[in-house]
Design a binder for this molecule. Structure first.
Ligand code: OAD
Length: 247
């Protein structure tokens, strides 16, 4: 499929599903997980992003999440996030599925966002389940924050070995099964179940578009590959869309 064929298809307002990964936020200055400068090159996932790590050393885990929250608070959505928010406005059947926990899609104006791995700004009590949104409320000044009930707060993200929120996963699965165009953007597509979504869409007959400067597991299923950064490729697609009338 060529870029022009993709634009023609989008102009007919098909059902579109988009999966994003950390690569879409790279140009906002938020490090990705894998690759040369990836977080998992410098930090060990099993010491920081597992339920066992939290039980063993909640202070260390909270230091890591506060460090990442700080990077994200200082970051701004980039042209890729903004282009996806614009696509949502133009395409009536549009679902954005993200593995990211940074909330930058919502900050750039996207409304229909499915967060598969949770949100880094949520504190969730391990005892009573109460949630506090620290993107609105000030950060707790305790090293290990506690809930009023006495339980420990943990970050509201999905850790290795944990299941994804069932409602988010169901909605993502349905969107991938039913879409006619599926975009895989800025993800290495190695962490399941999210990594299974592009393949599912492909099996169900969707056209798969990959936007990623590097080859990934998705590339073999892709009908169109844009080997560019998200902040370059997505505004290009939106600019073309703006120039065609819906048929
Ligand atoms: P990865 O770090 O595995 O992959 C990032 C991808 O983004 C790579 O394929 C890069 O080539 C690509 N990339 C880098 N810069 C880009 C840019 N400017 N534009 C477009 N693409 C770019 O990140 P994820 O696939 O998101 O899970 O990782 C999946 C999950 O692994 C994360 O959600 C997290 C992590 O462990 C949990 O925390 C549960």
């Amino acid at each position: 499929m060529t870029l022009n064929e993709l634009i023609d298809m989008l102009a007919r307002q098909p059902r579109v599903a988009v999966l994003t990964g950390s690569g879409i936020s790279a140009e906002s200055g938020i490090p990705t997980f894998r690759g040369a400068d990836g977080l998992w090159k410098q930090f060990r996932a099993e010491e920081l992003a597992t339920p066992e790590a939290f039980r063993r050393d909640p202070k260390l885990v909270w230091e890591w999440y506060r460090f990442r929250r700080q990077i994200i608070r200082e970051a701004e959505p980039n042209a890729g996030h903004l282009a996806l928010a614009e696509m949502e406005k133009r395409l009536p059947h549009f679902v954005l599925i993200t593995q990211n926990v940074d909330g930058l899609h919502q900050r750039s104006g996207s409304r229909k966002v499915i967060e598969l791995h949770g949100n880094i700004f949520i504190d969730r009590c391990v005892q009573c389940g109460k949630e506090v949104d620290r993107s609105l409320d000030p950060e707790s000044n305790e090293e290990i924050p506690h809930c009023e009930c006495g339980g420990l707060f943990r970050p509201g993200v999905v850790w290795f070995g944990e299941t994804l929120p069932p409602d988010a996963l169901d909605r993502a699965w349905n969107a991938a099964e039913q879409c006619e165009v599926f975009f895989s953007i800025g993800t290495s597509a190695v962490v399941y179940p999210a990594a299974g979504l592009p393949e599912l869409a492909h099996r169900r007959g969707a056209r798969v578009v990959e936007i990623n400067p590097e080859a990934t597991a998705v590339s073999v299923h892709a009908d169109l590959i844009m080997r560019e950064s998200a902040a370059k490729a997505l505004p290009e697609i939106v600019a073309h869309l703006q120039s065609v009338k819906p048929s």
